[in-house]
Design a protein. Structure first.
Length: 215
């Protein structure tokens, strides 16, 4: 059974997260004070509630005690985002993720109970920068300051040879965790099966080693 989450604030970021999680099979409650926004998203999530989050009584009615977590994507009203975070903490929500406008906002959100604070625009900017810098990679996802996951076309010199023969881990210090072939992805890789030029490799490793691979 999917998890149950509430998303406070149905702006562009909140709506995107809510619908994506709903599609994964989670039960999502979206809460926003704008009736037009609620009407637009109502058919895409489990529940869409129009409510004034500045009213403390709203939180009891929402039944936050039963949720696995909340996502607070309110940044245009700093006081509201802080109050919502604090109320969720007081009601024992086990996982609270909040979007911050700036570092000061981040510190306040953490101090009142947010378990994780994100800056979507900053993180997307960093990802795009990595993508542009990694010319030979189809995609690049930073897992930490040191490690990343990348999708790369099979290098020409690897074609016709298997991962076991290539000794990718020993020589390149990288792990191939999946292979895309057409519309399918396999994570059950036969290390002896020869790679083809059409294969897209999903690779995890240190950023330095990934940069060496693209060179």
């Amino acid at each position: 059974m999917g998890k149950q989450y509430a998303v406070f604030g149905a702006g562009e970021f909140g709506s995107s997260v809510a619908t994506a999680l709903q599609q994964l099979g989670w039960e999502i409650i979206v809460v926003d004070k704008d009736p037009e926004v609620i009407q637009e998203i109502a058919d895409q999530v489990s529940y869409a509630v129009c409510a004034d989050l500045d009213d403390p009584g709203v939180f009891e009615k929402l039944g936050l005690h039963d949720l696995d977590g909340v996502i607070i994507s309110i940044t245009e009203r700093l006081e509201t985002s802080i109050v919502v975070t604090m109320m969720c903490k007081e009601m024992g929500v086990p996982r609270i993720l909040a979007k911050a406008r700036n570092r000061t906002h981040e510190k306040i959100l953490r101090s009142v109970g947010a378990h994780k604070v994100i800056f979507p625009e900053v993180e997307m900017g960093r990802r795009i920068a990595k993508y542009l810098a990694a010319d030979n990679f189809l995609d690049w996802i930073e897992l930490s300051p040191k490690y990343s996951l990348a999708e790369v076309n099979t290098p020409a010199k690897w074609c016709g040879r298997g991962l076991l023969e290539l000794k990718v881990r020993e020589k390149y210090h990288l792990n191939v965790i999946g292979i895309k072939r057409g519309d399918s992805v396999t994570i059950h890789i036969d290390p002896r099966q020869p790679l083809s030029a059409d294969d897209i490799l999903i690779v995890v490793g240190e950023n330095e080693d990934l940069n060496i691979l693209q060179e």
